[in-house]
Design a protein around this ligand. Structure first.
Ligand SMILES: [Zn+2]
Length: 358
């Protein structure tokens, strides 16, 4: 049986998947979590690093600044916090940073990462994990089925949990393997080996968590790298149905002023690939809109980072309620800080999120 704390950490969806791996260990009850940051005068400043992969759509320094400034405006509007934006954003090449990261791979990563690039994932195990996640989630089975239904590749054969998990796992598998076939402008897969480039796990969620754990010197890490993967941990239904895409996450980072840092990818906003478009409810985003929605997602992540807020699923006005699949336009339209005050929902209470230290 999972402890309530474990179930809660897992239920928090876009965040701390790596922590959940630690959380699955029996010793988790004693594990420490990142302390809620003290924010003097509700004013904070942060360092921003941009990790760039030349294969993915590019953004200029000014465009990156737009994303951060949009997020800063929203952080003020929704959380009453002033976020000071740095004058410079340091750019680092993704290959350079990952070539070093892979030399520091923890032993257990191999057991936890599903090798979908070689079609060697144990999907029955993923399905069993999904059942656990569905049981641990706050919404009823009926609510979860209703939420996922429009996005499933094949509908469940019945309304029981096994049939639903089977259908979600099938959707996960179809959409995740799609990234290994769909191509970028350079003619090579979105996820996969590219001639002349080192084969690095750039798309793997766990390495982005590891980057934070090893102490990257920033509170905000942005990237244009596309990140999608499958892990043998109870995956949230909403990550599974979009093919394992993870937009961002807040992770333990000993080098951060807040004890944790945020990473967020711009790729789901900038790529106008067919499957990405489908998950966006058919929309193609202009660069301007893409940057705006990226700023909104960054503000959501900053709510996790600065106030340790969770996901208030029942209130669509809350920026802390995750977007459905990749429909950021539909999500942004419903946001209204007047209808979602701090403390208005248990998940909107500072400290409701626990970011484990691992
Ligand atoms: Zn979130």
């Amino acid at each position: 049986m999972m402890s309530a704390t474990v179930a809660r950490a897992i239920g928090l969806i876009c965040i701390c998947l790596a922590a959940c791996i630690i959380a699955s260990a029996p010793a988790f009850a004693a594990a420490k979590t990142v302390r809620l940051p003290f924010l003097p005068n509700k004013t904070v400043s942060s360092r921003v690093i941009y990790i760039e992969n030349p294969r993915f759509p590019q953004v200029t320094k000014a465009e990156l600044a737009t994303v951060v400034l949009t997020a800063a405006d929203l952080v003020h509007e929704h959380f009453g916090i002033t976020l000071r934006v740095p004058d410079t954003i340091k750019t680092v090449d993704s290959e350079k940073i990952f070539a070093d990261l892979v030399t520091k791979t923890p032993k257990h990563f191999d057991r936890v990462m599903g090798d979908f690039k070689k079609d060697a994932v144990d999907w029955s195990k993923v399905k069993d994990m999904l059942i656990k996640q569905i049981q641990a989630a706050k919404g009823s089975l009926g609510d979860q089925i209703a939420f996922a239904k429009p996005y499933l590749v094949k509908q469940p054969t019945s309304n029981d949990i096994k049939a639903f998990a089977e259908s979600v796992a099938g959707t996960f598998r179809t959409r995740l393997s799609y990234w290994t076939k769909a191509k970028l402008a350079d003619g090579y897969p979105i996820i996969g080996k590219v001639p002349g480039r080192e084969d690095l796990p750039l798309n793997e969620y766990l390495y982005w968590a590891l980057m934070a754990k090893l102490g990257i010197e920033a509170e905000i890490v942005l990237t244009n790298q596309f990140i999608a993967s499958v892990e043998y941990i109870p995956a949230p239904v909403h990550t599974a149905i979009r093919g394992g895409i993870i937009g961002g996450s807040s992770e333990f980072n000993p080098a951060s002023r807040f004890g944790a840092s945020v990473w967020m990818t711009l790729a789901p906003f900038l790529i106008n690939d067919e499957q990405v478009r489908k998950l966006r409810n058919g929309k193609i985003y202009s660069k301007e809109d893409a940057l705006k929605y990226a700023g909104v997602l960054l503000a959501h992540e900053l709510g996790h980072l600065l106030l340790h807020l969770g996901h208030p699923w029942s209130n669509e006005a809350c920026i802390m309620r995750p977007a459905e699949v990749l429909d950021f336009a539909g999500w942004e339209k419903k946001l209204n800080p007047q209808k979602c005050n701090i403390g208005s929902d248990p998940e909107m209470t500072p400290g409701s999120l626990r970011i484990p230290i691992w």
